[in-house]
Write a protein that binds this ligand. Structure first.
Ligand code: PGA
Length: 244
């Protein structure tokens, strides 16, 4: 059986100006040949310039969202093909901030993922429960439901990655216990259509907790927000993934 690829993915969210490309360059210098996939997803305004800055190296660039349509009258939106054209290889889809701020349903996420696949991008599909849902004992039901509805037909390990991100752990400094992460990742592993699909954990991953999270079976990497903005912090997380 093919093993899932390790991936450290940084999500810069709505942070970063051109001056911050210095962090991407520093990361490229520190990891000329990383032992795992390394991806930075800056805001759309920086995708092309970051791809250019990292050109020829192993660190990949991705988007944070795309529209489901290939082109058309959708002011302010970006298509998957435009991301690919700018140098992106991946796109984060269905992040809880998109689901909450923009009312994205799992059905929308699946349509976007289909568009991403059509443009040759790897879709990083995010799922995760709210604190109220966890407290109500609904975590697995919610996460598995999102997975079922967000993953499009034809999803394989080559074109899709799943990120489990408990909403209450994002940007809060709180993380689930290692057992809680393991429970969800075991369930995801059993449910994904391709046994080699990479499963990332996301939510307050830091240099200090990365190694213990990466030691969990069925955790193949991380989707990192705040700690991906500085090359030093993200580098420590990448090093922990390489060593896992
Ligand atoms: P965080 O964000 O690492 O800042 O908690 C993770 C994410 O939202 O992808």
């Amino acid at each position: 059986m093919q093993e899932a690829c390790k991936l450290a993915a940084g999500n810069w969210k709505m942070n970063g100006l051109r001056a911050d490309l210095i962090e991407a360059r520093a990361l490229a210098r520190a990891f000329p040949a990383p032992d795992c996939g390394v991806l930075l997803c800056p805001p759309a305004t920086l995708i092309a310039s970051m791809a250019e800055a990292l050109h020829g190296g192993p660190i990949m660039v991705g988007g944070q969202d795309c529209h489901a349509a290939a082109s058309g009258a959708h002011t302010g939106d970006i298509s998957a093909r435009m991301l690919a054209d700018a140098g992106a290889r991946h796109v984060i889809l269905g992040h809880s901030e998109r689901r909450a701020d923009h009312g994205e349903s799992s059905e929308t996420v699946a349509a976007k993922a289909q568009a991403a696949h059509g443009a040759g991008l790897v879709a990083i599909i995010c799922v995760g429960e709210t604190e109220a849902e966890r407290d109500a004992g609904q975590t697995l039901e919610v996460v598995m439901g999102q997975l079922r509805e967000s993953l499009p037909e034809g999803a394989t390990a080559a074109n899709s990655v799943i990120a489990y991100e408990p909403v209450w752990a994002i940007g809060t400094g709180r993380t689930p216990t290692l057992e809680q992460i393991a429970e969800v990742h075991d369930a995801l592993r059993a449910a994904v259509p391709d046994a080699a699909m990479s499963l990332l954990y996301g939510g307050s991953v830091k240099p200090g907790n990365a190694a213990e999270i990466f030691a969990i079976a069925n955790v193949n990497g991380a989707l990192v927000g705040g700690a991906s903005l500085k090359a030093e912090d993200f580098g420590a997380i990448i090093a922990a993934l390489e060593a896992s």
